[in-house]
Structure formats: C-alpha cells, structure tokens
Design a protein around this ligand. Structure first.
Ligand SMILES: [Zn+2]
Length: 162
C-alpha cells in the first residue's frame, strides 16, 4: 500500500509546478550527523535515497541546483487559505504582497530537499515562474503514518527576477 508520503509525491508529480531548488551546500551538515559530529550509517540505511556524507557527517560542498515539482501559491490566494492566520504569521511574520506558500516533497529524484538553515544572503533561492524567492521559514511536516519526513511547507518571499 502506498504511504501518504508516496501519495503526496504522486500528487505533486501530476499537479505540481516546476521550481528550481538552488542551494550553496558549503559545509552543510547531513541530517544523520550525530551530536558528537560523526556520520550515522544506520540513518543512511533507513534513508537509501539521501545523498551520502563524509565521516564527520558533512555533505559534499558545492552548489546544488535542480528542478523539482512543488505546489506554489500566492499566500493570499484561496488555495493557500487553508492555513490559519496563526500559521501564516508563524511562516511569514508580516505578510508581504508577493509572499507565496510552497509545498515541496522531501525527496525528489534521489535527492533530499532541506530548507533548514536557509541562507538569507541570497546564496540560496527557489526559482518559480521566472522569479527568485527566498525561504523565510520552513516546517518539515510528518506524514500521518508517523514518518517524520512527510513534506515541506515553506514561506517564500520574492527576491527579484531570475
Ligand atoms: Zn549522513
């Protein structure tokens, strides 16, 4: 039976829009990294699609740039209003005119998307519809089955044209 995570991935695949995920991955810790600063091989066995890290739990440096399917909507559109006012405030603070809600898969074509520690100096960005957005906030939401990595809910703020 397909899990909810699979169903979300399927929904995004059939109905999502193309977005560019662009991150400068210099010295990004792998999700597996132990508090002591080592690679956790068990985590990687449990997440076979995740990119591999080095012995100290760090991902290879360099720019990651690929196209991913996502649901991206202006925050003031009807489709995004399923969020409560509190949720919107938590994501965006004060909402600005071009703020968008972005729903992203956690894994896409064998890569893992990670919106935590997003660089706010414009080295990291999301490209959508010819424009660049920064991620002002991100929540990693669990799937109903308990998988902690269900999907990403992100607050996107316009940076400018691509
Ligand atoms: Zn790792």
């Amino acid at each position: 039976m397909a899990t909810t995570t699979d169903r979300i991935a399927q929904l995004i695949l059939s109905n999502g829009s193309d977005a560019i995920y662009h991150r400068d991955m210099a010295s990004t810790p792998c999700p597996c990294r132990t508090p002591e600063g080592f690679r956790d091989p068990v985590w990687h066995l449990q997440h076979p699609l995740a990119p591999d890290c080095d012995a100290s739990g760090m991902l290879p440096s360099g720019t990651v740039d690929f196209i991913v399917k996502a649901f991206i909507q202006p925050i003031q559109s009807t489709r995004a209003t399923r969020l409560s006012t509190e949720q919107v405030e938590q994501l965006f603070g004060e909402v600005q005119a071009d703020d968008h809600l972005g729903i992203f898969p956690v894994y896409w074509s064998g890569r893992e998307l990670n919106f935590f520690k997003w660089g706010l100096a414009t080295e990291d960005w999301i490209g959508y519809n010819g424009r660049k957005f920064q991620v002002v906030n991100a929540n990693l939401l669990p799937a109903p089955e308990g998988d902690p990595k269900g999907h990403w809910e992100t607050g996107l703020r316009l940076l400018g044209d691509l």
